[in-house]
Design a protein around this ligand. Structure first.
Ligand code: ADP
Length: 363
């Protein structure tokens, strides 16, 4: 159980806060992801939890005990880094057991944990080889096994998959998640990759410029982003977002001359507000009853296609099933799912919360 209370970090050589007032409670056994663009403070936050970086202000509690000044080795945690941090002159077995030897764990116990961990990550046949003889994925598994044998109840991972190719990344996502669940470890996992965050996390924290944007389950964040930053960061292709004018009489939102039909009650509530409108690409479909748009380009991904089209002076995207063969410049008809539209306050960028059963919830 890890609690951060108004944690801030200012590096000595900087007058900017790298992490600002982060408060969160991470539950025991939870897979918790820190996600955000490069430079948003994810690693800094993780390193403060690890004890590798001093906390400028605020408190870190591990199991309800203030642990700001605890030595890293006393924090009951293991770490896995992007670069694996393996010793090249040691064998796989020696790398996995290094920390246990330092901690003077008896030999029989070390061997027992080694075999268990190596079997779990599929390295049992590679124990005597050196890291240079292994593939990137196998090296990552050595780092994982080293974390497993430590039996630390908390594991911290910093971009552990970013050196792997796409297929292996997808496989390792599943493996890490399985091992975490099997062992009941509390995991804090840093990534800039929103797909990792969405698929691995029980909950995630979206960060930008050192500040929390939103904390929640992946689906809650996907479905109800708290502001424009989260809405466009999570999801691929990004949510289409633009300034709009509400036309109450027509029940439409006008985006640079392009009209999007609205729910009547919502158009009443939103009129006279300075708002921006958003819709995810998968909530737009091709339909004769839709609005005419001009195709700019098509990306056919095999099972689905991305249609890029003009809205006002912007390019928006629709993600639709199938292999579409439209040509650039062609006029097609698109329908926007009215009950999936999102709205943002233009001056604060905060979401205007709309629940389509209860209409407007908060403005
Ligand atoms: P992320 O992991 O999200 O990419 P970091 O935590 O590495 O972000 O960095 C957050 C901010 O702190 C960035 O602006 C970065 O330049 C700054 N920063 C990171 N490490 C140091 C350091 N050792 N000294 C000064 N500034 C740093």
């Amino acid at each position: 159980m890890i609690t951060l209370h108004q944690v801030c970090k200012t590096y000595e050589n900087s007058d900017q806060k790298a992490v600002k007032d982060v408060s969160v409670h991470i539950k025991q056994g939870e897979f918790f992801v820190l996600v955000g663009p490069s430079g948003c403070g994810k690693s800094t936050l993780l390193r403060m939890i690890a004890g590798l970086e001093e906390i400028t202000s605020g408190d870190l509690l591990i199991n309800n005990i203030v642990s700001n000044h605890l030595q890293p080795k006393d924090r009951q945690l293991s770490m896995v880094f992007q670069n694996y941090a393996l010793y090249p002159h040691l064998s796989v077995e020696e790398n996995i057991l290094f920390g246990l030897k330092v901690r003077k764990i008896p030999k029989a116990e070390r061997q027992k944990r080694l075999v268990e961990a190596a079997e779990m990550v599929g390295l049992i046949d590679y124990l005597k080889v050196k890291p240079r003889e292994l593939s990137g994925g196998q090296r990552q598994r050595v780092a994982l096994a080293r974390a497993i044998v430590s039996q630390a109840p908390i594991c911290l991972m910093d971009e552990p998959l970013s050196n792997l190719d796409a297929k292996l990344r997808a496989q390792m996502r599943v493996e890490i998640r399985e091992i975490q669940q099997r062992l009941g470890i509390t995991m804090i996992y840093v990534t800039h990759d929103q797909i990792e965050a969405m698929t691995m996390g029980d909950r995630m924290m979206v960060l930008n410029k050192g500040e929390i944007q939103q904390v929640g389950t992946p689906l809650d964040i996907y479905n109800n982003p708290s502001n424009e930053f989260v809405a466009s960061f999570i999801g691929s292709p990004s949510m289409n977002i633009a300034d709009c004018e509400i036309d109450r009489a027509q029940k439409t939102a006008d985006v640079g001359g392009f009209s999007i039909p609205l729910d009547g009650q919502i158009s009443n509530r939103l009129q006279n507000m300075d708002i921006r409108i958003g819709i995810r690409p998968e909530h737009i479909r091709v339909s004769e009853q839709g609005q005419p748009v001009t195709v700019q380009s098509i990306e056919v991904l095999g099972n689905e296609s991305i249609i890029n089209f003009s809205v006002g002076n912007q390019t928006w995207s629709a993600k639709v099933p199938g292999q579409l063969k439209y040509k650039r410049g062609e006029i097609i008809y698109l329908q926007f799912q009215t009950d999936k539209l999102q709205f943002f306050n233009k001056s604060t960028n905060e979401a205007v919360l709309v629940d389509y059963d209860r209409k407007v919830v908060a403005i």
